[in-house]
Design a protein around this ligand. Structure first.
Ligand SMILES: *Cc1c(COP(=O)(O)O)cnc(C)c1O
Length: 379
């Protein structure tokens, strides 16, 4: 019998990455903010409409910059889902902020916007919606709450590049948006990210925070005649080799998204009957959103059936994985944050969710995966 080996993730490379890295090598510019970084900034600004896009070393770094730009002080509260990656919370905890975890919606698994207002206190400074699986949070409601309570909104759009909400790209809706180019995301550079700044009043300080607290960016543009230490900051900019790699990916962003969407749609059609029979629940994409096929997941009936499912798939040589341990139930989440209420949807769905392989190049193997999913859910 032929053995199957389908990993959960496999980074896609367009073939042009090494060509552009060679060009950067030839240019002799290896530090940050060289020609490739500028191309990437231009692409992001054109595609998202952000006032300013700045490449960072990761989405984690972009979130940390956002926390610095908001002047988060010890005790300040930041509202976010518990069903997210640690960096969403850590970036604010590093500044002494307190994550306040709100439950998620059972359809998109995004923060439940109807629960946000009750979690606001006199200490609340910001809301951090996370666009899970690249599907938008209910941003109109969230921005309206933020406006009424004078809060800042930082989108964790780590998974959201090329997705939109009511025609607007994710990451361009809040005051700032954070993207990831980690190798597990759609558009990659290994480790990488970007901060999108939509509020023009934050742009100048963002450049300073990203350049070790100096006005080096203004110096290079000839706007000041020497550069100096102006503010707190760190080194958040990636080198040109990463930007050169990323540029190859940006050029192919439409093709990558279309190929991922085709795979996502194949899964979605194939599993319609299982959903109809009440065996699984498929992901929901609200009509006002377009998505980037970042992830395909299934909701199984409970933790026991998910464990059986993952074991079955592993035995067949197919990598499937669960996702977040809710932050409010983690040791650091208990120490640094607090849940707002009981978070029943978060707790239940974290146990039921399983992610299937979804990567460019999987086209030939998708039928095998579908067949094994059918046998896994029936065993
Ligand atoms: C991947 C991810 C991050 C972290 O991105 P890095 O680029 O690895 O720092 C943050 N938040 C969410 C929701 C993510 O999926």
């Amino acid at each position: 019998m032929e053995t199957i080996n389908i990993p959960f993730n496999k980074p896609y490379m367009t073939g042009k990455e090494l060509f552009y890295i060679a060009e950067a090598h030839f240019n002799g510019i290896l530090a940050g903010d060289g020609p490739f970084t500028k191309r990437c900034h231009g692409w992001l600004e054109t595609r998202t409409g952000a006032k300013k896009a700045l490449l960072t070393n990761s989405c984690t770094a972009a979130l940390e910059m956002a926390a610095l730009l908001l002047d988060i002080h010890p005790g300040d509260e930041v509202i976010m889902p518990s069903y997210t990656f640690v960096s969403t919370a850590n970036a604010f905890v590093l500044r002494g902020g307190v994550p306040v975890f709100v439950d998620i919606r059972p359809d998109t698994l995004n923060i439940d916007e109807t629960l946000i207002e009750a979690a606001i206190t006199a200490k609340t400074k910001a809301i951090v919606p996370v666009h899970y699986a690249g599907v938008a949070c209910e941003m109109d409601a969230i921005m309206d709450i933020a406006r009424r309570h004078s809060l800042m909104v930082i989108e964790d759009a780590a998974q959201g590049i090329m997705s939109s909400y009511k025609g607007k790209p994710l990451g361009s809706l809040g005051h700032m948006g954070c993207l990831s180019f980690h190798e597990t995301k759609n558009i990659i550079s290994g480790e990488g990210g970007a901060l999108l700044i939509n509020d023009a009043s934050l742009v100048q300080r963002a450049e300073i925070v990203r350049e070790k607290g100096t006005n080096r960016s203004q110096f290079f543009r000839g706007q000041v005649d020497k550069y100096t230490w102006c503010d707190v900051g760190s080194s958040y900019l990636p080198g040109e080799l990463s930007a050169a790699f990323l540029w190859a990916q940006m050029e192919a962003a439409d093709e990558i998204t279309n190929r991922r969407l085709a795979l996502w749609n194949s899964y979605h059609q194939a599993f319609a009957s299982l959903e109809h029979d009440g065996i699984i629940i498929r992901p929901v994409v609200p009509p006002e959103s377009t998505h980037n096929a970042h992830m395909y997941y299934l909701l199984l009936s409970d933790l026991a059936s998910r464990t059986v499912f993952i074991d079955h798939m592993r035995q067949k040589g197919i990598g499937t994985v669960f996702h977040y341990i809710p932050l409010h139930s983690s040791p650091a989440g208990k120490q640094f944050g607090r849940p707002h209420g009981e978070l029943p949807v978060t707790i239940e769905f974290a146990d039921r969710l399983v992610r299937l392989p979804l990567w460019v190049g999987l086209e030939e193997q998708i039928e095998v995966i579908v067949t094994e999913v059918f046998s896994a859910v029936k065993c």
